[in-house]
Design a protein around this ligand. Structure first.
Ligand code: B1M
Length: 212
């Protein structure tokens, strides 16, 4: 890991928001690509925060402070990651499911989809099934994209698919899911049309779904 990437990594792990801001800007100035800053610095740092939480070294406040530092870094990278001016590839409504407040991965997927030319309606985090239904009802949506980071909230993905069915909207949209505890086989089990393990694969899956 080069020293500036190491600084970014340490900044997120330590929850040092001004430090992350400074080192991400410095990395950009030295010509480091936004994708490298993200994939080699910011994302591994959050994995390290998760590891420390699991080990009982970090608690929720530390995770929150690190998440804030991570978001600051992502906000600086956003314009660099969303530079393309491609015509709209389709419309995606994205949200983290009900009961789940984790939104960093969802934001990253949203960013990458925008960068790939999708129009993204970001519903936010802790989104109940009825809200997804409402958005699909009132917008021309091609894909419903759901994120979950907790094994306890994954089940709300299924609840959303069922709510779309009940509202007679299931055939109108494709559904894709993702998030750390989610798997391809879970996607098949609940009747989702697509699954992606990370943000760049999410773009490939979304493209596949709109062209299908
Ligand atoms: Co929480 N948390 N957290 N947390 N947290 C995890 C998820 C956990 C794995 C930590 C651990 O134990 N190691 C664990 C879940 C265990 C489980 O269910 N199996 C956990 C827990 C237990 C909790 C609480 C219950 C803790 C408590 O209160 N006792 C609580 C729950 C609150 C709630 O949601 N109701 C909680 C709270 C929080 C904070 C609020 C403090 C904070 C979130 C802040 C925020 O997001 N605004 C937080 C954080 C930061 C984490 C960790 C450390 C980091 C998550 C993250 O942002 N990762 C996390 C540990 C870990 O992940 N190693 C942890 C970086 C992000 C880029 O990755 O989100 O995985 P990720 O997204 C990836 C892919 O998954 C994928 O692409 C992304 C980019 O490549 N992806 C998709 C995601 N969504 C996708 C959608 C797609 C496709 C791909 O298509 C639609």
């Amino acid at each position: 890991m080069n020293s500036i990437v190491q600084k970014i990594f340490n900044g997120v792990v330590d929850g040092d928001t001004p430090g992350v801001q400074e080192s991400v800007n410095e990395a950009i100035q030295t010509g480091l690509e936004a994708a490298a800053i993200l994939n080699e610095g910011l994302i591994p740092a959050m994995a390290e925060v998760g590891r420390r939480f699991e080990e009982g070294e970090y608690f929720v406040p530390e995770m929150l402070i690190s998440a804030r530092a991570m978001k600051t870094g992502m906000a600086i990278l956003q314009p660099l990651l969303v530079q393309n001016n491609i015509k709209a590839a389709g419309t995606v409504v994205i949200g983290t499911v009900k009961g789940d407040l984790h939104d960093i991965g969802k934001n990253l997927v949203s960013l990458m989809l925008e960068g790939a030319g999708f129009k993204v309606i970001d519903a936010g985090a802790d989104i109940p099934a009825e809200r997804f239904v409402e958005i699909v009802n009132t917008n021309q949506v091609d894909i419903v994209a759901m994120s979950a980071l907790l094994t306890t909230t994954m089940t709300n993905m299924k609840a959303t698919i069922e709510a779309l069915e009940t509202a007679g909207l299931r055939k109108k949209v494709k559904v894709m899911i993702g998030g750390a505890p989610v798997t391809e086989s879970y996607a098949q089990q609940i009747g989702a049309d697509g699954y992606a393990a990370d943000a760049s694969r999410a773009v490939a899956v979304a493209r596949q779904l709109v062209s299908a």
